[in-house]
Design a protein around this ligand. Structure first.
Ligand SMILES: *Cc1c(COP(=O)(O)O)cnc(C)c1O
Length: 374
């Protein structure tokens, strides 16, 4: 693949973002200093908002609001800004990121219900439909598209059908799926979609965003703000009406995101997902050759993350350190999975050669560590 710098000191990041970026994205940071109240910034912001809307599959009926902050900032903005005081949000949860959604609405005292499944248990849409039929107070449903804690891909398209048939609004945490999976706000009947610049869009950390229906954005005026900084409506007004950001944005990160989205649109969103799928397939085949066990069943796996059981007698920290010395960054599992599994992402400018070299390094590390084990 071209555009990838062959650098001996390059660390292959197999954590789920931030990712290894294209050199064009890195170079985009080095543009002239710019005041965010100048027309040049206004144009940059508007251009990126339009490209984000397109990347989400939105048309003129959709718009995007950008935030300076990691993915959680945009998530918290959406969750705190859209549910009216007399509404209620249903949180669907089958992993760590589902639990986080629940934490956010709990902290802000937002009326909510919790539809809980086991980690990596498939979401049962019949149960969702029953809950919506029974509880007329539920105005919004929120779910995670790609559960980055387990690597499970959740059925957003079919959930969209259920939620829309019950006339409720669907909010999707697409932080780790946008750019890596088949996702289209219009087709999937998603009202509010949240994602970030530094995962499958392959930009730098610092910018996240909410893509939502324009008509819905206009109605947010009637929801009293629960936070000052993360108020979606006032940031929408600033960006869309005033064409100027509400606060000081991460200017250089936005330059880089503009370039990163250009690269994605040049590559093609479908072709990027296909590239990730091939890399994941190569990685998973290699892991199975090594006798390692993957957590999620094959037909429910995402294109970008694999949660793997640690081999017997191998401690995560030791494996991490061995692989880091070989040039690869692996990622721990969370909560109760910690110490039992580890995670491998294949987002960003990772090549087939990287995957092959990683698998060789993994095999050698496991042999070495197992030999040392008591
Ligand atoms: C990464 C991620 C987030 C947000 O994490 P940040 O560290 O705030 O960027 C939220 N949801 C999912 C599913 C994620 O993978």
């Amino acid at each position: 693949m071209d555009g990838i710098k062959q650098d001996a000191a390059r660390l292959v990041l197999m954590n789920p973002g931030p990712v290894v970026v294209d050199e064009r994205v890195r170079q985009a940071l080095l543009q002239p200093d710019l005041c965010h109240r100048e027309p040049e910034f206004s144009q940059l912001m508007t251009r990126v908002r339009e490209k984000i809307t397109r990347a989400c599959g939105g048309d003129d009926l959709y718009t995007a609001v950008i935030f300076t902050g990691s993915g959680t900032a945009a998530l918290e903005a959406a969750l705190t800004s859209v549910v009216p005081p007399d509404g209620k949000i249903l949180i669907i949860d089958n992993g760590y990121y589902g639990e986080r959604l629940l934490k956010i609405v709990s902290i802000h005292g937002i009326p909510h219900e919790h539809l809980q499944f086991e980690w990596a248990e498939q979401i049962d849409l019949k149960v969702l439909d029953r809950v919506l039929a029974k509880d007329g107070a539920i105005s919004h449903v929120c779910m995670v598209h790609h559960e980055t804690s387990t690597g499970m891909l959740n059925p957003v398209h079919d959930a969209g059908k259920v939620v829309s048939a019950r006339m409720r609004s669907l909010i999707v945490d697409a932080v780790s799926s946008l750019g890596g999976e088949d996702l289209n706000v219009k087709r999937d009947q998603i009202d509010i979609c949240i994602a970030t610049g530094n995962k499958c869009l392959e930009g730098f950390p610092g910018i996240s965003f909410v893509c939502l229906r324009r008509a819905l954005a206009e109605t947010l005026k009637s929801v009293p703000p629960r936070t000052f900084y993360l108020d979606l409506y006032s940031q929408y007004v600033a960006e869309e009406i005033d064409r100027s950001p509400a606060f000081t944005p991460a200017v250089q990160t936005l330059y880089a995101l503009d370039e990163a989205i250009d690269i994605m649109l040049e590559e093609g969103i479908e072709r990027r997902s296909a590239r990730y799928r091939l890399l994941a397939g190569r990685l998973r085949a290699g892991l199975m050759d090594l006798g390692l066990r993957i957590m999620v069943p094959e037909n429910q796996r995402s294109n970008t993350l694999t949660a793997v059981h640690l081999p017997d007698g191998v401690n995560y920290e030791n494996l991490h350190d061995e692989l880091k010395a070989a040039g690869f960054i692996i990622y721990p599992a969370q909560a109760t999975l910690k110490g039992k599994l580890f995670r491998l992402a294949n987002m960003g400018r990772i090549t087939e050669q990287d995957i092959d070299e990683f698998l060789r390094a993994l095999q050698e590390s496991v042999i070495r560590l197992a030999a040392k084990a008591p």
